[in-house]
Design a protein around this ligand. Structure first.
Ligand code: AMP
Length: 479
């Protein structure tokens, strides 16, 4: 499989040229396995994350079959049959008022992902004459309506806006022969599954369906069984394939309060160039971006409280290098496909191990090197350990920063009975005091502060002692 080339997969010559132009020397694993399945006409259930090359894995065969249908090898299925003749000629006046009747529908949970997929269709389909459009919520309808009047072949859509347009008579799905559902697990998270079912029912002429999901919760399994039928083929790409190569991961243990001080310092001191910072909440994302900007580090934020325009602008500035740091929440930033992200920083540890994989997969795209740093406070230790057990390896601890706090060693703690039963052993033995142990005596790299047993991080935050520590840390660095 390793030495497989794109031409071995049976793709049209024009598409092979496109991937060569993109600089792809060989198919990624998901491409090598999914493309032949999709070219065979079978339905596909793919377990693969963004970052594995899955967009091309479904877009290339989709373009191939559309081109094949066009050249008369095989007309598009069912209700769509026969309507394709001359459909790329959008200038016929009688078509203007007619609803758009795409031959392929790609459903994506978020506008960012929809835009990204549409961009991929544009890149991979350049010169093929296959037209495409993305429709998504949070943006004015006018331009999208104009695009629909041009009768795109491939429609990329988020469920809500798609249903709006269907309701208004601007889109008719009865000609959809190819239906792709991307990031089904995120559709589930966002409550879109009922809409997805309705939409799939409208695509009465469906002859091929593919469903991709990073994880396979039971509800997604059910949906897949319903949409794909028993004959569907499965392609599962293990998450570790994403994290194994090219990403240098490390964890930085510190208190929650120190995170905001360390972040700008570490970005500056380590000369981080294009950084994606993840927080758990929109509010925190906004705050972190503000602090960074104030510290003179060009930054912007991307999360659900921002308008579509603001999000797009932030993403574009990041892509073009006008800002150095983009701070975002998972829903908004998880699927971001920006090349050359040098660092991903988990400002907060996600509570789902899979989310960690998604996040760090934003760096080291397509073979580049990348660095993923995780800021972990004591309340996040458990979540981080679950990540490590999913990765089946321990992430290296980075002690070379001034706020290092030695994490408790699992299973060796004496913390039991101090309300920390859920946490594995906050040992802290040998550290007098509760959490403030080591104050003034912090030893920098390799230093040996510990969280201490039962010392509740939340109780020790704003003491003068903490400020002193910070000062002494910076003065130590200055020396
Ligand atoms: P995706 O998983 O679809 O988000 O793709 C991740 C990134 O990998 C995108 O930036 C693609 O341009 C890139 N990519 C896709 N396929 C290949 C390939 N065969 N070789 C190198 N890069 C690729």
């Amino acid at each position: 499989m390793q030495s497989l080339s794109f031409s071995d997969l049976g793709l049209a010559e024009s598409l092979i040229k496109v991937v060569a132009r993109e600089g792809y020397s060989e198919p990624t694993e998901v491409q090598a396995r999914a493309i032949p399945v999709l070219l065979s006409g079978a339905n596909l259930l793919g377990t693969a994350q963004t970052g594995t090359g899955k967009t091309a894995a479904f877009t290339l065969p989709l373009l191939h079959v559309i081109l094949a249908d066009r050249s008369g090898n095989e007309p598009a299925g069912g209700g769509g049959a026969g309507r394709n003749a001359g459909r790329s000629n959008s200038k016929k006046p009688y078509r203007r008022a007619a609803p758009a009747r795409p031959v392929a529908l790609i459903l994506a949970p978020t506008r960012e992902l929809a835009i990204q997929i549409d961009r991929s269709v544009a890149v991979y389909g350049a010169g093929t004459g296959v037209s495409h459009l993305a429709v998504f919520g949070g943006a004015p309808k006018g331009r999208q309506l104009e695009g629909l009047r041009r009768q795109p072949d491939v429609l990329v859509a988020t469920p809500g806006r798609l249903q709006d347009f269907i309701g208004e008579g601007a889109i008719d799905l009865s000609g959809v022969a190819y239906f792709i559902l991307d990031e089904a697990d995120r559709m589930l998270d966002m409550g879109f599954i009922p809409e997805v079912r309705k939409i799939a029912k409208m695509a009465v002429a469906r002859k091929q369906t593919a469903l991709f999901s990073a994880t396979m919760p039971t509800e997604v399994e059910h949906l897949a069984a319903e949409l794909l039928g028993p004959e569907a083929q499965r392609v599962a790409i293990a998450p570790k394939a994403m994290t194994a190569d090219g990403i240098k991961q490390s964890v930085l243990h510190m208190t929650r309060e120190d995170k905001i001080t360390l972040l700008p310092e570490i970005i500056r001191e380590r000369g981080m160039f294009r950084v994606l910072v993840f927080t758990r909440t929109k509010h925190r994302a906004a705050r972190v971006a503000k602090v960074l900007s104030k510290a003179g580090i060009p930054s912007d934020e991307i999360h659900g409280n921002r308008t579509q325009n603001q999000r797009q602008r932030a993403l574009e500035s990041f892509r073009r290098g006008k800002i150095q740091v983009l701070v975002g929440t998972d829903v908004a930033a998880r699927g971001i496909d920006v090349d050359d992200i040098t660092h991903v920083i988990n400002y907060e540890i996600p509570n789902e191990p899979e989310t960690y994989v998604h996040r760090i997969g934003r760096t080291a795209r397509a073979g580049n090197e990348g660095v993923a740093l995780s800021f972990c406070d004591r309340d996040e230790l458990n979540d981080f350990r679950r990540i490590e057990s999913m990765l089946r390896s321990e992430v290296e601890i980075d002690r070379s920063h001034p706020f290092h706090v030695e994490p408790a060693v699992p299973g060796r703690g004496s913390g039991g009975g101090r309300g920390n039963s859920g946490r594995r052993g906050h040992a802290g033995r040998g550290n007098a005091g509760h959490g403030n142990a080591g104050r003034g005596g912090r030893s920098g790299p390799g230093g040996n502060r510990s969280y201490g047993p039962g010392g509740n991080g939340g109780n020790r935050s704003k003491s003068g002692g903490r400020r002193d520590e910070r000062r002494s840390a910076s003065s130590r660095r200055a020396r």
